[in-house]
Design a protein around this ligand. Structure first.
Ligand code: ADP
Ligand code: MG
Length: 706
């Protein structure tokens, strides 16, 4: 065997410590260890740039335009001078390439530049050109002396994730790409293809080795593009491969309780159903029932927009468990939501004579002990609760079904803890979310679950009308609210409170409350915020639910789940401070009854382009999935649905907002391979086997470090 084909040599090569790389040495190595967690050749080669600057061409000053995200110009500094005092002090250099003049402006490191800039020397500058009063300028440009390396342009500069400390020690993107180059030069023989040959051909992917070269040191846009496509495909392929493998494993290896009897279900259907189920609700119940009969463990995600009627579906699912001598639990992220679920389900449970309890952080010790005992002896059939449910002390006689509401607020680890509550056979799992998730995100976040969607609202609902109003129009908004109250409706007024501890925001809320109180002197009001004691919250919420108060002035604590059908107007103050999905969630608190409902988004007169797009989207559509897509485009996947905490999506190259097509292809490929060759015995699939082994090793290394 040559060193190129012997996998242990390859592994050893990428395990080499970076201080042994040409141009690194112990000092830089220590910095890279500390600041970026880069220890080995393998770590370094996977430290990917997050963007690339186009250094392929030089622009002429007389051809600049404002649309350019950045421009590279070659020329000389005519002179430079400091202007202004104090924090406005800046250095302005006058730079020319013979076709025009551009000002280079530095607010920082002024002294350094003053000392080091040279006249009559050729420089290359790079930055965003801005025109102001007929003059071009670039603030804090990159500026380099012309060298043999850069004088031709013709390359794309990778920009790496770095820290301030590294930059101070002159380990910037430029320096890192030099190090990267020396690594790439010696690694080529050791870089192994990680995808099966047939996939590489089918999707016309460049090889792994070429991809790494061109991603770190692209010569042109096409090379960069191809390398990105290849690395994205690989990343998504392995992401999907592992999820689907997991899913198949559950289907084939994990036994599930068989829920074949349905007496309570039938009784509820025949006698107590409070309304006709929508077709979507019926379809989803079928899908769930099918799972529950198979003898395999169910792992299903139930997506449904706010108000689509997930609660009753969840209740009927619990009845299947009860019908088969098993218990059910429902876990929700907040006390308010838990309470609401408890109230809602208790009504149904009482009709059927089944027992239901509630367990939260504020349940009294005595009560808690009774509940623990009843769960263990089986006399308590359904338990609704918060995180308190996953504590070890909570044990069941025979837990058969776990329902998790608003899954995105819980981590995957918590799902696993619930599984363990039945030591004999893992309970069935139904995960519900009212935050519609774009398809790409659902595939990566919940790729190991089967997915059901309630994509239809109950009949007779009038779509909520959403409008945008400026602060200045508040009086006319108040006038409208008075009319609605006169018709017997109730109103939510929501103020932003992003961090519950922010005093400023609490003041906004209190000021808001006072101005509402002044404008509506005869109208009983409620107030609700996260700083209140839970019993005060309950009290205020209770008054509003019973219709005793007409306006609920609140923070986003009312965001999820709260259900007051008579509330028909949602006013959102400082709407510019909310994200799209949050606005949509809040809007979902109204439109739950038969009346026409309204959502009024109030903003400052001056709003950013992005805010405008958010508001316009809200006014245009009530479709949660459409909104989720726009949200994904605006914010990127990292911020959506607490994906960081889920620990599932950790993508370095792929971007779920843009790479839907690649994801689809990667998922299909992974599915096909796992169906055809689940144990990866075919020789064409050996690269997958080897790479999975490597990934596993890397992960164990990491878990030992962190
Ligand atoms: P979500 O999916 O947001 O949890 P809920 O389950 O709270 O929605 O249902 C919202 C409201 O719609 C509740 O008042 C519920 O009683 C009602 N509802 C649910 N399904 C139907 C239906 N098929 N027909 C009429 N009303 C329904
Ligand atoms: Mg709900």
């Amino acid at each position: 065997m040559t060193s190129e084909t012997n996998p242990s040599v390859r592994t050893r090569f990428f395990d080499t410590k970076i201080e042994f790389l040409k141009g690194v040495g112990p000092q830089k190595a220590a910095l890279l260890n500390q600041e970026l967690g880069i220890f080995t050749f393998g770590d370094l080669i996977q430290h990917y740039p997050f963007r690339h600057e186009d250094r392929s061409v030089f622009h002429k000053i007389n051809t600049l335009n404002e649309q350019m995200p950045a421009a590279q110009i070659r020329g000389r500094l005519r002179e430079w001078t400091t202007i202004g005092e104090g924090h406005k002090k800046r250095l302005v250099g006058y730079f020319t390439d013979g076709t025009g003049l551009i000002e280079l402006v530095w607010f920082q490191s002024v002294a350094w530049y003053e000392k080091n800039l040279r006249a009559n020397t050729e420089y290359i500058v790079y930055g965003k050109p801005v025109a102001f009063g007929g003059r071009w300028s670039i603030t804090h440009p990159d500026i380099d002396l012309v060298t043999a390396e850069n004088e031709q342009g013709g390359f794309w500069q990778p920009i790496y994730p770095l820290t301030e400390k590294l930059r101070k020690k002159f380990l910037d993107s430029r320096a890192l790409s030099r190090i990267m180059k020396s690594l790439l030069e010696i690694s080529r023989p050791y870089i192994k293809e990680t995808l099966p040959e047939n996939l590489v051909q089918k999707y016309r992917l460049v090889s792994k080795a070429d991809a790494l070269w061109n991603f770190h040191l692209p010569q042109n846009q096409q090379g960069l593009h191809q390398s990105q496509r290849r690395l994205k495909f690989e990343e998504l392929f392995y992401n999907q491969f592992r999820l689907i493998k997991n899913k198949l494993l559950h289907k084939t290896e994990f036994p599930g309780l068989v829920f074949s009897k349905a007496a309570l279900v039938k009784e509820f259907y025949d006698k107590h159903l409070p309304f006709t189920l929508t077709n979507a609700q019926i379809r989803v119940l079928h899908e769930i029932h099918e799972d529950l009969k198979t003898g395999k463990q169910m792992n299903r995600l139930l997506q449904g927009d706010v108000g689509s009627g997930k609660t009753i579906v969840a209740f009927i699912a619990t009845l299947f468990a009860l019908d088969n001598d098993a218990q059910a639990c429902l876990m929700a992220p907040t006390e308010i939501l838990t309470d609401q679920h408890y109230q809602g389900l208790k009504k149904f449970a009482d009709l059927l004579g089944v027992t239901i309890g509630k367990l939260t952080g504020s349940t009294k010790k005595k009560e808690r002990e009774i509940i623990h005992k009843q769960l263990l002896d089986g006399s308590l059939h359904i338990i609704v609760g918060t995180h308190a449910l996953i504590e070890d002390i909570v044990q069941f006689k025979n837990l058969g079904l776990c329902i998790i509401d608003e899954q995105h607020r819980f981590g995957v680890a918590q799902r696993a803890k619930l599984w363990a509550k039945n030591p004999r056979i893992s309970p069935h799992m139904l995960v519900m979310t009212a935050t519609p998730i774009p398809r790409t995100l659902a595939m990566t976040l919940y790729g190991d679950l089967d997915i059901s969607a309630i994509n239809e609202l109950p009949a007779g609902r009038k779509p909520i009308k959403t409008v945008h109003r400026y602060d200045a129009h508040r009086l006319s908004v108040f006038g409208f609210l008075k009319e609605e109250i006169a018709k017997g409706r109730q109103i939510y007024m929501v103020y932003p409170l992003i961090e519950e501890s922010e005093k400023m925001d609490l003041k906004d809320l209190m000021d808001g409350y006072e101005s509402v109180a002044r404008a509506f002197p005869d109208v009983p009001l409620s107030i609700l915020h996260g700083k209140m004691k839970s019993q005060d919250k309950d009290y205020e919420m209770g008054r509003f639910v019973r219709g005793e108060t007409k306006i609920m002035v609140a923070t986003t604590v009312i965001e999820v789940g709260v259900n007051v059908p008579n509330a028909s107007v949602m006013v959102i103050e400082n709407a510019e401070r909310f994200g799209l999905s949050q606005l949509h969630q809040l809007r979902g608190r109204v439109g739950r009854g038969a009346e026409q409902s309204y959502c009024i988004l109030i903003t400052d007169y001056k709003i950013s382009k992005e805010t405008k797009l958010r508001i316009e989207t809200m006014c245009r559509t009530n479709d949660g999935f459409e909104i989720a897509e726009v949200d994904l485009q605006l914010r990127g996947p990292g911020d959506i649905s607490g994906t960081q905490q889920s620990g599932l999506v950790d993508l370095l190259v792929a971007n779920l907002a843009q790479d839907g097509e690649i994801l689809k292809a990667a998922r299909q490929s992974a599915e096909a391979i796992l169906t055809e060759d689940p144990d990866l015995l075919q020789s064409v699939n050996q690269p997958i086997r080897a790479h999975l082994e490597n990934l596993r090793k890397e992960e164990t290394n990491w878990s030992r470090i962190s």
